[in-house]
Write a protein that binds this ligand. Sequence first.
Ligand code: PLP
Length: 432
Amino acid sequence: MASSAICTSTRLDLGCCAAPSLTSDEVLKNRQLNLDKWNFNRYLASTMTNAPIYLDFHATTPVDPDVLTAMLPYFSEHFGNAMSGSHAYGWTAAMAVSQARKKVARLIHAEANEIVFTSGATESIHLAILGYLNERDQKGHIITAATEHKCVLEVCNRAKAYGHDVTILDVDRFGQINSADLERAIRPDTALISLMHGNNEIGTVHPIAEIGELASKHGVAFHVDAAQTIGKLPIDVQAMNVDLLSISAHKFYGPKGVGALYVRQSPSRVHLLPYLVGGGQERGLRGGTHNVPGIVGLGAAAEKAAHVMSEEASRLRTLRDKMIARLSHELDDIRLNGHPTERLCNNVSLSIGGVTGDALLALHDVAFSSGSACSSGSAEVSHVMRAIGAVEDRPMSTIRFGLGRTTTEAEIDQVCQRLIKVVTQARQNSRI
Ligand SMILES: Cc1ncc(COP(=O)(O)O)c(C=O)c1O
């Protein structure tokens, strides 16, 4: 009783001033969550008053209202365990998991039986790299790159501890590997190449199809960390010769704590050693009760991405280019990090001279990610900035904006205006 009274009186204030408010009961009753569909900013703002403009979509994304709508019944009404094969509760959950598997597979041109549900990209990457290397009889060699996400680099360290050998390729100043370097690094004992599709800091996109062809030519398995490109760039695991591919729902408007690993089944099957064993779920590759609402959310996010991806990417590319052009025009001593054209449609990574990270705290009305490009600065220089050689011996701040589904042109204009003001002011102050 008490909890339902609390629940009914909880109000979701959509916006800070004249916005309508709904009780949580009303929200739950209205499965369509009539949030004016893409009046999503107000939905986001419901959790905070004076919410900063969100431009940190590489870190995470809000759950799309359509995704949430699809998930809700699986928390309570359809709560069954997908492995309960003897009653309707289990069958309903199993059906939902199966539908989601098909939707994820369709987005990457795979077959449903090639999708293994996990808790996210970090787990998928562990299963792909360690599962593949440790399944083999002999110790193997893995090739990766210096700009990979920390979870890949840490898993490679773990592989080393198991006795495998690791080569970490350097990248050029744009963050791209050289395919001749990659080919030279392949040895008779090379078992796996693991590279990211799109970089989460500087946005550089690797030519996955070209690398896949090389891997296939040398008979080496190929794992791709697609956490930042799923739902943004078309992915075709067949055409790209990819054997293993890691994705995460919360990077493309699905819920946190759920992801998937694509594991090639044909023409030749990739064998993995599972490390979560138990109930035999996911064909024995990942034990543990299925996170049914999360998996349904991942499937719904994949289905939506398939419909909106191309239009959304082109809209974000236009906003991204507008932002880069305006900031480069109105601020001097500013550098775009990452590849000028082969970059994520939503990534703006800039290093700005003459300002420290502290000065950027004045930009508190924008949610973004910042670091240092100066090895003597207060924030540590990231391994990605080091890898592209973007380390300065003078004050320089690195700032990453990640644009997303809810980003508007007005927001981009406002953020540019605010950043120009903050940087100009900081530079003036430093001259006093
Ligand atoms: C490129 C990349 N790989 C892997 C991950 C890890 O993803 P998850 O949060 O699903 O474990 C991230 C998340 O930041 C990422 O950006």
